[in-house]
Ligand binder design. Sequence first.
Ligand SMILES: Cc1cc2nc3c(=O)[nH]c(=O)nc-3n(C[C@H](O)[C@H](O)[C@H](O)COP(=O)(O)O)c2cc1C
Length: 174
Amino acid sequence: MSKSTILAISGSLRAESTNHNILKYLGDLIPADIHYSIYDGLASIPPFDPGLDTDDAPFPVVELRRLLTKADGVIICTPEYAFGVPGQLKNMLDWTVSSGSFSDKPVALITASLSGEAAHAAMLLILGALNAQVADGAKLIIPFIRSKMDGDKVADEETAKKLTEVLETFFNSI
Ligand SMILES: Cc1cc2nc3c(=O)[nH]c(=O)nc-3n(C[C@H](O)[C@H](O)[C@H](O)COP(=O)(O)O)c2cc1C
């Protein structure tokens, strides 16, 4: 049987991003028989243009769609900016509407931010529009995230426990 493949996507482009560090932390928890990678192409995705939204879309978009198709599940970990989804993440997701890349795909959604409630709700609407499958226990908001991390370690015990539970539910949904 081939290995399961999980694609992890951070909504933050910041070096030392807490969201990126959470994805690194989750990678350490994931069993070795699962292929886990953190997407590194977000900054290269061009502005969404419906006129270019074909099978022959710009290369970074074709590559993103290829990675999503190959993935058995996707973990998205994102901050909130100005009470919304970070622009570049939303832009990336817009390129996946016509391709159906998220359709029926199990997704775990973690919103790790100062607050995060508005972005989390918006992300759930977007993922619904994309027909992604987000199980009830595979959604988590982590407020005051910066006080809960120590580099790529989760310093807060309660948060670590919740992340483990999200992973368990997510893997049960694959
Ligand atoms: C432009 C900007 C806008 C922000 N707006 C919000 C916001 O509306 N709600 C919130 O919870 N945090 C907001 N924050 C704070 C982020 O949650 C915080 O910087 C977080 O650590 C970013 O994630 P990262 O560490 O993965 O980069 C904002 C940060 C920036 C840079």
